[in-house]
Each structure stands twice: as C-alpha cells, then as structure tokens.
Design a protein around this ligand. Structure first.
Ligand SMILES: Cc1cc2nc3c(=O)[nH]c(=O)nc-3n(C[C@H](O)[C@H](O)[C@H](O)COP(=O)(O)OP(=O)(O)OC[C@H]3O[C@@H](n4cnc5c(N)ncnc54)[C@H](O)[C@@H]3O)c2cc1C
Ligand SMILES: NC(=O)c1ccc[n+]([C@@H]2O[C@H](COP(=O)([O-])OP(=O)(O)OC[C@H]3O[C@@H](n4cnc5c(N)ncnc54)[C@H](O)[C@@H]3O)[C@@H](O)[C@H]2O)c1
Length: 472
C-alpha cells in the first residue's frame, strides 16, 4: 500500500478529466489521474471519434452515387465494411497519443490505471494506492442505457461500445432510439449499404428545432432510411441475424439491433455515499459551480455532472472548475451559449434558443430571420443547397441559431461566439468575409435582419434623394 498526497485527484481520463488534469498540472498543481479503462474515454474510443470516422466513409460512398448532379457519371460504390472499420481504428489510433498516459506523465501528472473509489470524504483507493487530495474531480462519464425491455437479456444487441468493432456488414440494422447516436449511426450504415430502420418512441431528434429536424428526417427517409416515430418498444426476441422488435406501432424485423436510447451516468462503484457525495439518476448533484452540494471537496465535470453530454461541454466544465480549484475564484458554469451539432449530411446544429423557446421568452420582440443555402453561391457551386439557417434575434442581438445544411457544425461557431459575447448583429452583418464561402450565410442572415428597415424605408429613400439633389 502506498499513499499519495496531492492537490487534485481526477477520476476518469475522458474529455473532462483529461482537460482538468492537463490544465491543473501545467499550472503547477500536483495532480493524480485515475482511469480504469482506456485513456481518452468515450469520445475517443466509442463516441465522437469513431462515429465521425464512419460518417466520413459513408459520405464518401454517398458522394459517388450523386455525381450526376455535377456532371460526373454516378457510380455504385464498392464498400468493404471491414476496411471502413480499419479506417475507424486508424483514426482512433492517430488521435490516441494526444490522450495517452505518456503525454500526461510528461505534464507531470501521476497516472494510475485502476478503478477508483472513495474510502472516506477526502481519500480514494485505486489498486494498491491511497490518494489523499485537497480536491477530487469526478469525470466518470456515462454509459449506454439499457432499458428493461422484455426479452433484452436473451437477444444479442449492439451499443456505441460494440458497434464500431463489428466487422461484418449488417444486412438490416434496427436502431432503437432516434436521438443523435441513433440518427448518425442510421445514416452511416445506410450509406455504407445496410438496410436501416429507426424505431423511436417519441419524436426523433426531439431536442432540436422541430421544423429543421423534420426537414432532416425527411431527407434521411429519401435516402432510404425507415424512421418510425411514436413507436414504443414493448419487447425484443430472436437470435443473431434474425431479430424482431415489437412496438406499439407493429413489428420490425432485422439482422442486427442497436440500442441508442440515451445514457446513464456512471456513479456506481465510486463509494459516493462513504464520501457523502449526493447523487441521483441524473448524475452527481452539483450547483452551477459544478461542486458537490454535500461535499465541497468534490467537483463533477462532463457527463457525470448530469447536464448536456458533449465533449466540448466537458472541456468547458474543466475551465470553470480550474479557476475555482487553482485560484480560489468564484466560477459558474452557464448553459445558454453551449452549441451542439448532429453530424449527419447535411448536419443540424443549434446554439441558444430554438424558435419555440425564443418565442416563449421574448414574445413579440422576437424576429426570426431565415437564410437558405440555395441563396449561397458556394453551396450552389457545390450542389449542396439543402437546408437553411434560422436566426432568432431580439433588439439587434442573436438569442439563438439553428442551422440545417452543409458544415452546420462549423457554421454554428460564429453564433456560439456571438451569443457568448453578446455581439451585435450589426458586427456580423458588417464583417468582410471571403467570397465564395458557406460562412457568408451567417453574414447574409445578419444582413437580412436590417435589410427590411433599410431597403423598405421611405425615410431612408427620401434622405438619399435629398442628398443626391443638394450635396455637391
Ligand atoms: C456514439 C457517440 C457519439 C458522440 N459524438 C459526439 C460528438 O460528435 N461531439 C460531442 O461533443 N460529443 C459527442 N458524444 C458525447 C461525448 O462522447 C461525451 O459527452 C464525452 O465523452 C464525455 O466525456 P467525459 O469526460 O464526461 O466522460 P467519458 O469520456 O465517458 O470518460 C469517463 C472515464 O471515466 C472512467 N471511469 C469511470 N468510473 C471510474 C472509476 N471508478 N475509476 C476510474 N475510472 C473511471 C471511464 O473508464 C472513462 O474512461 C458522443 C457520444 C457517443 C456515445
Ligand atoms: N453529434 C453529437 O454531438 C453527438 C452524437 C451522439 C451522441 N451525443 C451525445 O450522447 C447523448 C446520448 O445520445 P442518444 O442518442 O443515445 O440519446 P438521446 O437521449 O438524445 O436520444 C435517445 C432517444 O431514444 C428514444 N427512446 C428512449 N427509450 C426508447 C424506447 N424504449 N423505444 C424507442 N425509443 C426510445 C428517446 O425518445 C430519444 O429520442 C446525446 O444526448 C448527446 O449528448 C452527441
């Protein structure tokens, strides 16, 4: 048994824990990082990275089939499903060194590869080591929720933890859950040659703007994905290669089953009760300072904090608590400026309020401005004219933006910055952007906010006529 005393003990080397450990160690704190599984957590090993690598292969396959539009004869892609999985594995391997034990040890972090659990309010046990720390950071993430559906124990099923290792191409993938995981995986598999049925108990992409989410779903249906909404799963049965899902809307049959019905925060096995750390089904109970409400030595970040579950949110949380832990300064996590994107093609991205939320908060003061990708010269040149930007604005400032279209996840960045910093629309409308770029759609929407009052304005017209007549 050995004892380590440190300033900060971080549990979990995923997006949140790694950001805390790197920041704290490089600013001079003595840091211990404990990880029981793979360095990099969900995002690197079974989340963002493999899903985006798979979507990239799917996009390339799909591009071949659409060539006719641009004057290139369309071709049937030859898909080697196992080789796509090799690409996924290579992508993970290429990024892994950034999250590696060696790199973190290079920052001066003590990395322990064991399961950690509290043995008292200020001590943890990890293997043969006891860690006594001034502050603990729980960055234990989440895992796929497996609901108690009748028959689920007897049927082989996939989750995000196993689907990226599957090397055989599913003949017909049944996806239960139409959230971002289900929808991204549905498009990836469809474009890679699988039959795909999405079975959603409520509304698919139900956390997004219903109008643009609806448009995306109809595009996905046009690609051949069957999406059945309001279909609550009642039971599953069958065996490998022949799965049946019974729902309130009938029976669905396929060869493989993917469960993507949400996440469950990892709080078990941590000895939270021994440390008096309050928690519930949503995660560790924290205030907006991300500090446990019942043990002030303990913080939670990322998925474990029970809010929005995204890698960039985990990274943001890390910044918030580093300020508090290292400098003793008050620091609070906000949510209004946090963006997200679903990386289908076209993508769907959101920051701030949706139209419905903005209407509820701002009533008649709200202006909703639309700019279509079919008005953007670059989108036209590339044949990527589907979708639009919806901008929610109040008194010359953005309060929300929703984008459906090419590069939506990139384009939403401008609005994330604008909303976070309170930037006026006049600044975005007045920016000079390179032509022709998709990014001009943001400027166009901001410009549209002013154009009605500028171009349909009798007073402006009169002033211009007067100046033209009298000013030499
Ligand atoms: C399929 C999929 C796709 C996604 N795509 C995106 C995306 O495109 N963009 C995006 O922003 N987000 C995406 N996400 C969400 C993102 O992956 C998570 O929000 C993010 O990984 C959360 O990071 P975290 O640090 O909170 O937890 P994790 O990354 O889950 O890390 C937690 C770590 O803690 C360790 N741990 C747990 N308990 C203990 C213990 N007792 N002792 C020691 N170690 C422990 C675990 O082993 C794990 O490594 C996706 C998620 C999935 C599932
Ligand atoms: N692009 C991204 O950033 C990205 C991608 C994937 C995942 N994520 C993160 O991971 C989280 C989890 O994703 P998710 O898609 O698993 O969860 P989710 O909670 O967003 O969606 C799950 C869906 O499953 C449905 N559902 C639940 N039980 C059901 C049942 N018995 N039968 C049929 N449908 C059922 C729900 O109605 C919901 O629409 C996301 O909220 C997000 O934070 C992010």
């Amino acid at each position: 048994m050995s004892l380590i005393k440190c300033d900060v003990c971080v549990i979990g080397a995923g997006s949140g824990g790694l950001s805390v450990a790197a920041g704290a160690a490089q600013m001079g704190a003595k840091v211990v990082l404990i990880e029981k599984g793979e360095m990099g957590g969900d995002c690197l090993n079974s989340g963002c990275v493999p899903s985006k690598a798979m979507l990239a292969a799917a996009k390339q396959a799909h591009a071949l089939t659409k060539g006719a539009k641009l004057g290139i004869a369309p071709a049937e892609p030859e898909i080697d499903f196992a080789a796509v999985k090799d690409h996924v594995a290579r992508t993970i391997a290429a990024i892994a060194p950034v999250d590696s034990q060696e790199r973190y040890e290079g920052f001066g972090v003590t990395v322990i590869r064991e399961h950690a659990r509290f043995t008292s309010p200020d001590e943890m046990q990890a293997g043969d080591t006891t860690i006594r720390a001034r502050r603990f950071v729980l960055a234990t993430g989440s895992r796929p929720l497996v609901p108690p559906i009748e028959g689920i124990g007897e049927v082989p099923f996939l989750t995000n933890e196993s689907i990226f290792d599957l090397r055989e191409k599913p003949r017909h993938l049944l996806v239960v859950g139409g959230g971002p995981i289900g929808i991204e995986m549905a498009q990836a598999h469809r474009r890679l040659g699988c039959e795909v049925t999405v079975i959603e108990g409520a509304k698919a992409l139900g956390k997004d703007d219903p109008e643009l989410a609806g448009e995306l779903l109809s595009m996905l249906r046009d690609e051949g994905i069957r999406i059945e909404e309001e279909a609550q799963v009642t039971s599953v049965s069958g065996e490998a290669g022949a799965i049946t899902v019974e729902t309130s809307k009938g029976r669905f049959e396929g060869s493989h089953l993917l469960l993507a019905v949400g996440r469950e925060v990892v709080t078990d096995g941590l000895g939270l009760d021994v440390a008096h750390v309050k928690h519930d089904g949503k995660g560790i109970t924290v205030g907006d300072d991300l500090r446990s409400v019942s043990n002030r030595k303990v913080y939670a970040v990322g998925d474990a904090a029970g809010g929005l579950m995204f890698t960039h949110v985990a990274g943001y949380h890390a910044g918030v608590i580093i300020r508090s832990i290292l400098f003793g300064l008050p620091s609070k996590a906000k949510t209004a400026h946090l963006p997200w994107a679903t990386y289908t093609d076209p993508g769907l991205a959101q920051v701030g309020l949706t139209e419905a939320q903005a209407r509820e908060v701002h009533g008649d003061a709200l202006k909703v401005i639309r700019a279509g990708f079919d008005e953007n010269d670059r989108a036209i040149a590339e044949g990527r004219t589907e979708g639009m930007l919806k901008l929610m604005a109040v008194k010359g400032r953005p309060v929300g933006a929703t984008i459906l279209g090419a590069e939506a996840g990139n384009l939403i960045g401008v609005w994330a910055i604008a909303i976070a910093s309170g930037t006026k629309l006049s600044k975005i409308a007045g920016a000079v952007l390179p032509y022709p770029t998709l990014g001009e759609i943001n400027k166009r929407a901001a410009g549209n906010y002013f154009s009605a009052s500028l171009f349909d304005n009798e007073w402006v017209k009169k002033t211009v006529r007067t100046v033209q007549r009298w000013v030499p």
